[in-house]
Write a protein of this length. Structure first.
Length: 476
């Protein structure tokens, strides 16, 4: 077992001010795979001071210097790519194939995209006699989750660096190892001391200290809506900018003119990928009543075809969920679905056959679900699909929007024009038509209680910039 007991502050690995340790659990074995230190508000203060001191010079670097820095980070990241993928697989249970092809790949994707954006981004514009200048927001605090860990780290760090900001990162204490490796990548790439700082810890201690710190100008949080509310409240007293990407309960409307076999089977695979641990997973499938039973049969076959297994095996489709806490939550919600009268099509409570340890969940499909059932309201964050019947298109849209969340939505139709008309009526920040995957050059974020602000591409860069008007730069 490896020990990662130091924090990265002011360009060096330093011991915590107060020794307090936590085992990182491998969810496939339920055994510790590493040990980290948990920081305190004093460690956060030390990191924020380093970031504040570095801001004066780093904020004045040129576009060309920041492009060169991102390119150096990209080169160093690629050298550690396999290490990052293996760490993610071990600490949060992602199948190694998914970790290699998708989880670790998001880091490359966001770095590539931000290098492209930075080269072309307009930081200044003159209107009349006034200069409109976009300048770095300042010291940023990042609080990131465990489900797509390096994705959410790089999609914050890369644009913050591109903007000229300095930062303090608190990754999830459940899956912190990839963040530690990324700090090593940044160090190797020559990120100036104090620009990037890493303090491990839990939300109530380190997260709270970051969100409330008076010298943090912006906090960017990705996680549950419940925790996001706490972050916003902690940040309110210092009137800092708050960016949040929160929970989801994404609707997937299968219109009658869609290819039902293709739409349902591909949606099941999409929803259960990463063991259902994606905030934008299409967990509520709406199917016209006349097609409901056939859709349930297709979903059953698709779910049962997904191999649950050891994350280190190349043919594993679904690994364990991340922790005992998550496993127990998912089990509670599956039991709630049964108790409230939803039809259990496949899966159900307990581990899959052949597993007596590890946080493995049976790929589960419910049919005949009503939109007022617990499994249709709460974010389950596991491989559990709800199929809801509808009569009319208008009813499907109404039910799809009947949720406090609004991160993503999905529409399946034989006509793209038809799908677009439905998409225009859905209250969600991202709408995927006919299984189109994520576009990391497009803005990512949600409506309603799924958060505020946008990440990815030029919109992600804009989040880390303040707008200044300088009057009188030209004669009237």
């Amino acid at each position: 077992m490896s020990n990662y007991l130091n924090f990265y502050i002011d360009g060096a690995w330093v011991a915590p001010l107060e020794p307090r340790q936590l085992d990182v659990i491998n969810p496939a074995t339920e055994e510790p795979c590493a040990r980290i230190s948990l920081g305190t508000a004093k460690d956060v203060d030390r990191a924020v001071k380093a970031a504040r001191a570095a801001f004066a010079s780093f904020s004045q670097t040129t576009r060309e210097q920041r492009v060169a820095l991102l390119e150096a980070i990209m080169a160093a990241y690629k050298k550690r790519y396999d290490d990052i993928a293996k760490a993610i697989s071990m600490e949060m249970g992602a199948p190694i194939t998914l970790a290699m092809k998708a989880q670790a790949a998001t880091g490359v994707g966001h770095l590539n995209q931000m290098i492209k954006v930075l080269k072309e981004f307009s930081f200044e514009e003159v209107r009349g006699s006034t200069l409109l200048a976009k300048e770095p927001v300042g010291v940023c605090g990042f609080i990131t989750p465990w489900n797509w860990p390096i994705n959410q780290i790089v999609c914050k760090v890369a644009p913050a660096l591109a903007a000229g900001c300095t930062m303090v990162l608190k990754p999830s204490e459940i899956a912190p190892l990839n963040a530690i490796l990324f700090a090593e990548v940044l160090h190797e790439a020559g990120v100036p001391k104090g620009v990037f700082n890493l303090v491990n810890g839990d939300g109530p201690t380190v997260g709270q200290a970051i969100a409330s710190h008076p010298d943090v100008d912006m906090v960017s949080f990705t996680g549950s809506t419940r925790a996001g509310v706490l972050v916003a409240k902690a940040a309110a007293d210092t009137v800092k900018r708050v960016h949040q990407e929160l929970g989801g309960k994404s609707a997937n409307i299968v219109l009658p003119d869609a290819d039902l076999e293709k739409a349902v089977s591909s949606s099941v695979v999409s929803m259960m990928r990463n063991s259902g641990q994606s905030c934008n997973a299409p967990t509520r499938m709406f199917v016209q009543s006349a097609q409901h039973d056939r859709a349930a049969a297709i979903a059953k076959a698709a779910a049962e075809s997904m191999k649950v297994g050891d994350p280190t095996a190349a043919d594993t489709a679904l690994g364990p969920v991340v922790s005992e806490t998550q496993y127990n939550k998912i089990q509670r919600l599956i039991e709630a679905g049964i108790a409230e009268g939803a039809k259990l099509v496949t899966g159900g409570p307990g581990r899959p056959e052949g597993f007596n340890r590890g946080y493995y969940v049976r790929p589960t499909v419910f049919a005949g679900v009503r939109n007022d059932m617990t499994i249709a309201r709460e974010e389950i964050f596991g491989p559990v699909l709800s199929i809801l019947p509808y009569e009319t298109e208008a009813q499907a849209i109404e039910m799809a929007n009947d949720t406090p969340y609004g991160l993503a939505a999905y529409v399946q139709s034989g006509s793209v024009e038809h799908a677009r008309k439905v998409a225009a009526q859905l209250r969600a920040g991202n709408v995927h038509l006919n299984g189109t995957p994520m576009d990391i050059s497009a803005p990512f974020g949600g409506f309603k209680q799924s958060g505020n602000g946008r990440e990815y591409g030029e919109w992600g860069l804009d989040e880390f910039l303040e707008l200044k008007a300088v009057m009188g730069v030209q004669a009237a």
